[in-house]
Design a protein around this ligand. Structure first.
Ligand SMILES: *[C@@H]1O[C@H](CO)[C@@H](O)[C@H](O)[C@H]1NC(C)=O
Ligand SMILES: *[C@@H]1O[C@H](CO)[C@@H](O)[C@H](O)[C@H]1NC(C)=O
Ligand SMILES: *[C@@H]1O[C@H](CO)[C@@H](O)[C@H](O)[C@H]1NC(C)=O
Ligand SMILES: *[C@@H]1O[C@H](CO)[C@@H](O)[C@H](O)[C@H]1NC(C)=O
Length: 800
């Protein structure tokens, strides 16, 4: 307390002096000045002394202080009359911002009642720093604000007054802002931020500054607050593509929805100012819009259609990006899409020309077809190799790329392979490779290079004699591996002679089917076998032919009866044989000899007695024909014995002949040979000499006949008639002849009306006529063809 008094003493003294004089002038009013914020007991003034009161009587006179304030800030020590601070006085509380602050005290003294007024001037002490309402505050400024713009900031407040009050503001250093402090008309200060440099939210979205308010006290006090300038976005940035130019590669036939590229444009702005939407640029062609899609939000470019390398190998996609802020500007970007080829096109095979059928004798190297291949793919995917199977007589030649010729590599044979199905395989070099097959059907056309072939090297035909003329006796078949007319066969019989007669008078052949017909009835006894040659000829140009031998064997039939050769009847009488009466049993009386023209069993003869004067006297040996006596002859036996012997062959049915023989029993045998004067034959047979003569005559006649036939051919008028006077029908030739041997023959040749052409057939042929000496027996032989009529001959008994 004492110190405080000491400290304030010089001032108090002056104040006290001033107060005293004032007291004297104006009914004693005193005034003290005391700084605020003094502690309890601090000395304010010696009020008793200043009022001229007796200190000792203060209590008795009931000295007291009354003040209008709620609180008793000041108190007087009644013992020494000193006014002191009772409670700490806060000037700012008491007087707020008033420049002068007084505590008015009323001093009351009784006995006598005296009233004094005391003014205590509360002096300001710089006890308050300037303060801001918030320790930090946010200022929002658009980044588009122009430099020089001012933004008022919150003022600080200092309850102190006078020089202790707020003096100025200051700002921490900033690149963008400065502070301007201004005074209002009442002298109070306020500060404004001045934008010095343009703001860029995209560079710095907020700026922090410290604003400090300083008062004028000694020492000065300050208070500060943090200013945060938040930069508000303006749509001042356009989107920027990550790359100005995108280059992507895409496999053709990429499935729908495959992503090509994700565009990434960035916009430094925020909110809708930075919200980018992607789309095609205005000049993106329609084709591109059909094939690709752009996701407006994500910027993904995806495949929408079918991408075909063969249609276009590169696409340029123009896209744009635009933010959604006001007055947005679009930026453009190009995406270059290289389409990569995929081996998706199989090669194509084009047969430019096909020459088929090809002749089987075509020389190797003959061009069958010209083949061109193409593949729409590129690179190896479009390089094509062509091949055909190796096991065929064909080759592929290539002279320049993608063109091939299909040629024969060896001789063809239609009879082995008549057509080739050549599969041409074209395969590209892609991976995996694609291939195409095309079949070329090459037909081999026939060339007459094969002669007909008979199924057997030779044929044997067996015909029973006396066969019906015109019947089929056999057939031959040939085959020809060629085709069509080159394999169309016709059969014919080659010219030749059989026993001096043309073969064509013996047999004929059906030219279509090879059936062989006998033209006459064969006689085993005359002709046992013969050969003909049959030719088969195809209809090719030139024709080819081959021939085969057909051996015809005539089989025997029992058509000849036995002929008795001995004993021969003599001059129309029965043969007679002498038998001596004295002979013993078993005596060989005679031997019957017979012949049979047939063969085998048909000519195996047996003899038997069919009639006898005395059955028990003579027997004939079954196979030898020997007549022997059975017993001795008796005197009573007749001298003239007659035997009839039957000679029978072994055929089926058997044929027979019989002979009568007279046996004369004589007492002595004469030296002469037996006499056959009385023999009579039942059937005559030509001697073998006669037979030979007939054959040779027939041959001569045949030659003669041939000469006539030639004549007939040469004459246009076929009404030729060479005749010795006999009446014959037209179209017939009658040939008569005589010989010195008293044998006559007669041939008659007739032509059919249809055979006016060179086609010439015998209708009827009387081939032989036998006339035996002493008889008028005559043999006619007819051969007739089925389709022709049979005519009997008018040629009879030439001799007569
Ligand atoms: C776009 O690019 C920016 C900056 O390069 C990157 O941060 C962001 O992840 C990208 N966005 C996409 C979707 O790739
Ligand atoms: C040829 O061969 C091919 C394949 O082997 C087949 O498809 C085609 O039908 C054949 N052509 C003929 C005419 O046989
Ligand atoms: C018949 O064939 C033989 C051999 O096959 C041949 O030598 C002959 O000339 C042929 N004859 C005719 C008339 O074709
Ligand atoms: C045949 O008989 C007749 C009359 O009997 C006779 O004239 C003739 O000479 C006889 N001929 C022979 C060859 O015996």
């Amino acid at each position: 307390i004492f110190g405080a008094i000491l400290l304030t003493w010089p001032r108090l003294l002056t104040i006290g002096l001033l107060s005293a004089s004032f007291c004297h002038l104006v009914s004693c009013q005193i005034r003290y000045s005391v700084p605020e914020e003094l502690e309890h007991g601090a000395f304010v003034g010696n009020i008793a002394e200043d009022l001229g009161l007796d200190v000792t009587k203060l209590s008795s006179r009931r000295f007291r202080i009354a003040s209008g304030a709620r609180k008793q800030y000041l108190e007087v020590n009644l013992e020494n009359g000193i006014l002191f601070v009772n409670e700490k006085i806060d000037r700012e509380e008491q007087c707020e911002q008033s420049a002068a602050c007084f505590l008015h005290l009323q001093v009351v003294i009784e006995s006598p009642l005296e009233l004094y007024r005391v003014e205590v001037d509360i002096l300001d002490v710089n006890d308050n720093p300037p303060s801001f309402p918030w320790s930090e505050f946010v200022l929002e400024i658009s980044e588009s604000a122009a430099p020089g713009s001012r933004f008022p900031v919150e003022s600080a407040h200092d309850p102190d007054v006078g020089t202790n009050s707020l003096r100025t503001y200051s700002l921490s250093p900033s690149d963008h802002f400065t502070l301007v402090v201004q005074s209002r008309s009442d002298g109070s200060k306020f500060a404004e931020l001045v934008l010095e440099a343009p703001l860029d939210r995209e560079q710095q979205r907020s700026h922090q500054m410290m604003l400090t308010a300083v008062d004028g006290g000694m020492p000065e006090k300050s208070g500060s607050a943090q200013i945060t300038v938040s930069v508000l976005d303006a749509n001042d940035n356009v989107p920027v593509f990550e790359q100005p130019f995108y280059k992507v590669r895409l496999l053709e036939n990429a499935p729908r929805g495959s992503m090509l590229v994700r565009l990434n444009a960035t916009d430094l702005d925020e909110g809708s100012n930075g919200d980018i939407s992607y789309s095609f640029s205005g000049h993106a062609p329609l084709k591109v819009r059909e094939l690709f899609s752009v996701d407006s939000r994500t910027g993904e470019i995806r495949v929408k259609g079918v991408v075909d390398f063969e249609k276009a190998s590169v696409y340029e996609i123009y896209v744009q990006a635009k933010d959604r802020g006001p007055s947005a500007v679009a930026v453009h970007c190009k995406v270059l899409v290289d389409i990569l080829d995929v081996n998706d096109n199989a090669p194509e095979v084009i047969l430019t020309s096909v020459s088929t059928p090809v002749q089987e004798d075509a020389p190797p190297g003959t061009v069958i077809s010209v083949i061109s291949v193409m593949d729409r793919d590129s690179g190896d995917n479009g390089n094509v190799d062509c091949e055909i199977p190796h096991n065929m007589p064909f080759q592929l030649h290539t002279s320049f790329k993608n063109y091939y010729t299909l040629v024969t590599s060896e001789l063809l044979d239609r009879e082995t392979v008549s057509e080739y199905n050549i599969t041409v395989t074209a395969r590209d070099l892609g991976s995996p490779p694609l291939s195409t097959r095309k079949s070329i059907l090459v037909q081999v056309s026939d060339v007459n290079d094969n002669a007909p072939r008979f199924l057997q090297p030779s044929f044997s035909v067996y015909v029973t004699e006396n066969n019906a003329p015109g019947a089929s006796i056999s057939s031959v078949t040939a085959s020809d591996p060629d085709s069509n007319q080159n394999a169309y066969l016709s059969y014919s019989i080659l010219e030749g002679q059989i026993q001096g007669m043309p073969v064509s008078t013996y047999v004929s052949i059906n030219s279509d089917n090879g059936n062989i017909y006998a033209l006459r009835s064969f006689d085993y006894e005359q002709l046992r076998n013969f050969q003909i040659r049959v030719q088969a000829q195809d209809a090719g140009l030139p024709p080819l032919s081959s021939n085969v031998t057909v051996n015809v064997f005539v089989l025997d039939q029992n058509d000849n009866a036995p002929v008795i050769v001995s004993p021969l009847p003599k001059n129309g009488s029965v043969a007679t044989e002498m038998v001596p009466r004295s002979v013993d049993a078993g005596y060989l009386v005679a031997k019957i000899t017979a012949l049979d023209a047939d063969a085998g069993q048909n000519s195996r003869l047996s003899y038997q007695v069919v009639q006898a004067t005395d059955q028990g006297l003579f027997s004939v040996a079954l196979y030898t024909g020997e007549i022997r006596t059975i017993r001795r002859l008796m005197d009573k036996d007749a001298t003239r014995q007659r035997l009839v012997i039957l000679v029978k062959d072994n055929g089926q049915p058997p044929l027979s002949a019989s002979v009568s023989i007279i046996l004369s029993v004589v007492d002595s045998v004469p030296e002469t040979l037996s006499d056959f004067g009385d023999l009579t034959l039942t059937q005559e047979s030509p001697s073998s000499l006669t037979l030979y003569l007939i054959v040779s005559l027939s041959s001569i006649s045949f030659i003669f006949l041939v000469a006539i036939i030639v004549l007939v051919f040469k004459k246009s008028n076929i009404n030729l008639q060479i005749s010795s006077g006999a009446k014959v029908p037209t179209n017939c030739v009658e040939v008569n002849g005589n010989s010195a041997l008293s044998q006559a023959y007669c041939y008659k040749v007739c032509l059919t009306p249809e055979s006016a052409k060179s086609d010439f057939m015998f209708l009827k042929l009387i081939d032989a006529l036998y006339l035996l000496q002493g008889t008028t027996a005559m043999y006619y032989r007819y051969i007739s063809l089925p389709s022709f009529s049979l005519q009997t001959s008018t040629c009879v008994d030439v001799l007569q």
